[in-house]
Design a protein around this ligand. Structure first.
Ligand code: AMP
Length: 195
């Protein structure tokens, strides 16, 4: 099984690029953010617990996402692997993932970072807010909180995976519009074919 981690700040294009990877390489896309939004929409207890944190741009507790990830791994034995999008987001989660995989005799295959500057993060989120209507895309304060959480809690993971020789970067800015998305996709496929 392949275990790819897509890495990058909010708005880097992780979700968009994951869709193309799923088709080409027969992978299962796991977006913890999307799963949490589905829990909120369904009004589950977990969703109710997570909503306040998500709407404020804060992270939900590590155990919540750990369980979602493990359940999804176990429910999808037919795929060639998984794309983790939005997980791990903290060192604790990275260590949890290592333990979870080592129990299966598996390991993280590669961490691929879509690199974009903070200025583009804000522009992309503003654009997405108009299309998707996500509550956590709506206020400047929440967006800033997510960006600073990314720098503080998630970015340190880069060093962790770099030391393991598993960290790769691609330029996540392919220019405007659909052509830009395709340009980034090409870079991503080229890297994946090489790995
Ligand atoms: P995303 O769709 O990945 O931007 O995630 C949206 C929100 O869901 C985040 O701002 C967090 O509040 C929450 N979330 C998603 N993934 C995680 C995670 N791995 N750990 C903690 N909170 C998460």
């Amino acid at each position: 099984m392949k275990y790819y981690i897509l890495f990058g700040p909010p708005g880097a294009g992780k979700g968009t690029q994951a869709v193309a990877m799923v088709e080409k390489y027969n992978l299962k896309h796991i977006s913890t953010g999307e799963m949490l939004r589905a829990e909120i929409a369904a009004g589950t207890r977990l969703g109710l617990r997570a909503k306040g944190l998500i709407d404020a741009g804060s992270l939900v507790p590590d155990e919540v996402v750990e369980e979602m990830i493990e359940t999804t791994f176990n429910a999808n034995p037919q795929v060639n692997g998984f794309i983790l999008d939005g997980f791990p987001r903290t060192m604790t989660q990275a260590e949890m993932l290592d333990r979870m995989l080592s129990r299966k005799g598996e390991d993280v295959t590669a961490v691929i970072s879509l690199m974009i500057p903070d200025s583009l993060v804000k522009e992309r989120i503003a654009h997405r807010a108009a299309i998707e209507g996500r509550a956590d895309d709506a206020s400047d304060e929440t967006i800033s909180n997510r960006i600073s959480t990314y720098h503080k809690k998630t970015e340190p993971l880069i060093d962790y995976y770099r030391k393991k020789g598993k960290y790769f970067e691609i330029d996540g800015d392919g220019g405007p519009g659909e052509a830009g998305i395709l340009a980034v996709r090409e870079r991503l496929f080229e890297l994946l074919d090489r790995l």
